[in-house]
Structures are given as structure tokens and as C-alpha cells.
Design a protein around this ligand. Sequence first.
Ligand code: GLP
Length: 242
Amino acid sequence: MKLIITPDAASATHVAAHLLADTIRQRPDAVLGLATGRTMEGVYAALADIHRAEALSFSGIASFNLDEYVGLPPSDPRSYRHYMQTHLFDHVDADERHIHVPNGIAADLKTECAAYEAAIRTHGGISLQLLGIGDTGHIGFNEPPSPFDTRTRVVELDAATRQQNAEMFGGDPDAVPSEAITMGVGTILDAKRLLMVATGPAKADIVAAALEGPITPDVSASAIRLHGDVVVVLDEASAGAL
Ligand code: GLP
């Protein structure tokens, strides 16, 4: 595992954006695994800057997002599909036909999950998977315990996660959907390279548990240590308990 610790959140997200940009430069048809959450807003803003400043084209890439809330249509401002549009895709030249986010309003969610797994395979697998970490130690929405061989599926969200993500839902955790579709831990571990980013003091304890505690389904993020090609980018605050 390669660990990069930067002085502050802005520099951490900047470093992560440059690693993503390098992947696209090396392989213009890269398959990017993308993530959402507040941490990633800085990553995507920096990536959009690189696109503009260095004429980095996204036209050949394909993308697969980690997760989506069940019950929210892509047009809902609180959906992750909408998040991706406003934070990244409105600012770069990605081909909409190659953007994939699980469909949280599919009539048959089980079929949607199987089709998502199949689509990742058809694209030859994920070149680089971007990951944040939730307060429960989740990657994607793999709430504990999530066995390391899990695949894309519907999960029930923890009360702590609904609390963490309530800001987008008027501050009311009960307004946060109770279920989500998420890539499994096994799906994530299949990516050729993993890039985890965390910032801020609130993440320090869970980052330490994930990187230095037992490797266990009780902390989904600890699974990344089983992967042979992982980069973790932290600011000093989130690295504070290491
Ligand atoms: C959500 C996403 C996760 C993300 C987490 C962290 O729960 N499903 O993929 O890692 O948020 O979010 P934040 O960056 O806002 O702390």
C-alpha cells in the first residue's frame, strides 16, 4: 500500500485528481470507478480544472459509480447520478453513453444489480477505483458486516450513515432512503488499482481502524489491504490517529 499524507484537504484532493488524470493520460479508454460524498467534491473540482488547463479529454473513458440510493430518480438533486452530473460531468467532455450509475428506481433491483456487474465485466473491469470512507468504515455503501466476496446488491443503510448523509435531505436522517444499491466489496477488490481518499479530523479514528486494525468485514474499508495495488491519500487531520 502506498500512503500519501498531505498538509490539508485541498492538497489531498489535488493529489487524488492528478492520479486520476495520470490514469486517463496513460489509458484514454480507462474504465474509472467513481465515488460520491463531500470529500470527492474537491477531487472532481480539481479534475475539471486539469481538464480545462491541460486539455485532458474524458471522451474515451467509461465510468461506473459505486452506489446509488434506492428510490431516487437520476433527476433528483439528492441522487448520486445527479451529484456526478453537477460535480464532474457538466465540466468535462465525457460521453454520456459510457457513464454508469446504478439505477435506484429499476423495477427489478436484483436484475439491475446483476446487469451492473455484467456491464463492468463487458468493459474489461475497472482500471482505477476511487473510494471514500464512511463513518461506519463502509466503502461504497458496504455497511458492516460486508463479507469480502460480496457483489453489487441492495443493502440497508445504517442509522449512522443516514445521519452522516442527512445534510442533503434537509438535515433529517429519516428522510435519507433506507436502502441503496452498492458494488460489493468483492466487486471493488476486482478493480486493477484502488485509490482511497479521506480528509478531516472526523475520519481519523475510522481511517486508523481501516489501515491498522484487524482486516475484517466489520470494517469494510480494511479489505483494501488485501489488494496488491492501493494508494491511500490522507490529509494530516484524517491521518491523525495512525
Ligand atoms: C457516502 C458514499 C460513500 C462515501 C461516503 C463518505 O456514504 N456512499 O461512498 O465514501 O459517503 O462521504 P463524505 O466524503 O461525505 O464523508
